[in-house]
Design a protein around this ligand. Structure first.
Ligand code: GYE
Length: 354
């Protein structure tokens, strides 16, 4: 090949590359995304796009499984699953992709509360009903979603505060009854509380914080000396608790807004040479009530867990079926939760699947 031909060939090659990259551009604009289970989608069934916020905790794993097990073909559903990996921007892209693929329903477990109006307006304009699960969204416009399925996080926070009130009362009675009066100090003087908060601006963080604060404000001797986010993960929970332990040498109570952060915090407490739980230096209040938390209650390391039930799949499928039949559905449906104490953990955990 002579030099001129070589140059021509090179130019042709460069031109082809330029052309092919141009033709990719429109694809980017239409927000199309291939999800893992796309080949299995059956358009004769009700197609649901589910944007899960992430996989940060045991609770989340149980919640994902519950929804995946309910929205199956035997029940008339074909599910497209998307993991947002803790980022709202990922979730928004996933929802746009569902809209583009013309799914029948969209289910969203939103990582944080604000910033959903635009994409939900797009879903509404496309005529796709949206069911919000687990956490809430903050919007003025209720027509952006058909229904909400979740738990009452504010009530969960209050239950934590009410448990602490009763616990301190019991400690007081026990110490009043003891001949040397030891322990009275803890009840009548300052109670130093540290809080491990969940992902900031998530419903679970906002509700559990406000609910607990609503009880705490009635007690002048409850001092909330620190509150910081551990992002609902074990690693971050451990890191923040280790920091608290370096900063304060008189922590009486830890309120940890989920079990995974609690597991990390317990490691930090033990590494600092302290004890926790039923007979320990630091009283621990946790949230969720997954199996590993029951193990730790049985060991006496956690005093109490405020339950948040992740098994929401059946309720979600029931609501979608009713919407499909043109029936009215309640705007908000809450799944109830209990309060589990270390003392009864071995009995209370019977039958638990997660
Ligand atoms: O407590 C936590 C998870 O939103 C209720 O999110 C949920 C919380 C749950 O990461 O473990």
């Amino acid at each position: 090949m002579n030099k001129k031909n070589k140059i021509l060939l090179l130019l042709l090659f460069v031109g082809l590359i330029a052309l092919s990259s141009c033709s990719l551009k429109p694809l980017k604009n239409i927000q199309y995304k291939e999800f893992e289970n796309m080949e299995d989608i059956d358009s004769d069934l009700i197609i649901v796009g589910f944007s899960q916020l992430g996989s940060e905790s045991d609770w989340r794993t149980a919640n994902t499984k519950s929804i995946q097990n309910a929205l199956i073909s035997e029940n008339g559903f074909s599910l497209i699953f998307a993991n947002g990996r803790q980022k709202q921007e990922n979730q928004i892209k996933d929802v746009r992709s569902f809209i583009f693929q013309e799914v029948d329903y969209i289910v969203i477990a939103p990582v944080t509360e604000t910033g959903w109006d635009t994409v939900l307006t797009e879903a509404r304009d496309a005529g796709i009903p949206v069911v919000i699960v687990d956490r809430m969204i903050d919007t003025e416009d209720e027509s952006l979603y058909a229904a909400v399925v979740g738990t009452d996080k504010h009530a969960e926070g209050m239950k934590a505060g009410i448990w602490l009130e009763k616990h301190l009362e019991k400690v007081k009675q026990a110490s009043d009854a003891s001949p040397d009066g030891s322990g009275t100090e803890y009840v009548e003087e300052d109670v130093n509380i540290v809080i491990l908060e969940g992902t900031i601006n998530s419903t679970a963080q906002i509700g559990r914080s406000q609910g607990f604060d609503d009880i705490a404000k009635n007690h002048e001797n409850w001092n909330i000396i620190a509150r910081e986010s551990g992002d609902f993960t074990k690693a971050k929970g451990k890191e923040v608790m280790a920091k608290y332990l370096r900063e304060f040498d008189d922590i009486d109570v830890l309120v940890s807004q989920n079990d995974d952060m609690t597991f990390g915090a317990i490691e930090a407490i033990q590494e600092a040479g302290l004890t926790c739980g039923v007979n320990g230096d630091i009283t621990i209040i946790s949230f969720d009530a997954v199996s590993r938390a029951f193990d730790m209650m049985e060991e006496g390391l956690i005093n109490v867990v405020i339950e948040c039930n992740p098994l929401q799949g059946d309720l979600i499928s029931e609501i979608i079926e009713r919407l499909e039949n043109g029936e009215e559905v309640p705007k908000i449906s809450y799944v109830d939760g209990k309060v589990f104490e270390a003392e009864n953990a071995s009995i209370d955990r019977i039958g638990r699947s997660y």
